[in-house]
Design a protein around this ligand. Sequence first.
Ligand SMILES: [Mn+2]
Length: 447
Amino acid sequence: MSGSVTLPGEFSEALGHVAKAIQSNGQLRVVTHYDADGIAAGAIIASALTRAGRPFHLTMAKGFDDDLTDRLSKEGNEMVLFLDMGSGQIDRLEKLEGVVIALDHHKPARKSRKVLQVNPHFFEIDGMTETCASTLSMLLSITIDARNWDLSPIALAGMIGDRQHMGGMKGLNLQILDESADQGYVTVQKSLNLKGPNMHKAISESVDPYFVGLSGRGDNATAFLESMKINPETALGSLDEFYRRKLTSMLSLRLMGQGCRPETVEELVTDVLWIPSMELSAADLADLLNACGRQDHESLGLALCLGDREALAEAGDLRSEYNRKLMERLLSIETDGAQQKDHIQYFDADEPSMAGAICGLAMQYILDQSKPTLALSTVGDRIKVSSRGTKYLVSKGLDLAAALKKAAGGVGGVGGGHAVASGATIKVDARDKFLESCDSIVGVQMD
Ligand SMILES: [Mn+2]
């Protein structure tokens, strides 16, 4: 392995096998997930293959469903590489012809003779907090060619997209960050976790963090800044130390005042990973990729990673549009609150594609911190449920994956996910029964 990345021996061997297979076959079929991590992983592999002069065909997909299985089978590929998916669907992967490889960090269903899986879980490395698909793609690409270290900023954006940077980068992700910084592809600086061309926009247009009373309220944001003698037009980077500290403490106080958990308040000051070649931060890039993926513009996200300046401007517009919609919904949740049950709280979300994001932000910044939050979106005769808790609630026994699986299962629906964030689909007429049952299951978990 080039550069200073230390891996368990079997892990490097697995990467070596994959690198060899890729270099000795014809056209490579690549399938990746459409979220920020998946797009970043796809961009890294696409760039590495281009540099190596290997032909490939890449598709971004929401999941590995019947349609995709059919399509891949009909294509008669010599070799298919799955990124950010596959480990959970080994049965499907085994049915494909040719060489099948999966670079995935989701919990693997099982090992397979047929499928070459590179998954951190097999090497006792955590796939939730320290290795994502971008990490794996990065490791593979530097196994192929050390020059591919220049792709590391994209990998960092993918890690942030999967929220693996929370509480600081760890493990393999940190190794990649350190080497990337050593080689000058990113610079690391502690700074306020705000974005935008000036202080006023950075605060009034901020949805994450969401400042109750300031986000979405331009006049209040102006008054807030002026009360601290800060010119609202000041660029973020040019705020001097004294005012930066003052602003940081005032914003921290506000977050505490609106009931945020200490770990949320701490995130207000974070390591900003600046990418000089792209003139944006890795968090910014992750945010743009999310906006692209969530609004069905994943190829734009790919172009953006590959350095297309026009794509950058277009993605910026998409993000503004997406943030505007988020802001609108968050403002109404701030005003109306959520419906309360004994142990859960819930609200209706009209756009299913945004429900998860809204639910997460409302849970973290606006609603009662003592109960998990559910967002319900009605689509035809079904309700799509997104749920979010906090790490603190999980430490008190909350398991939303188990709760939604059981509550949905009890009314003929399906559900599952992670302890802190999960989803379910139920029939419209099962709504009340589902909510009742979810409430009592969570009550028992947190007892
Ligand atoms: Mn991922």
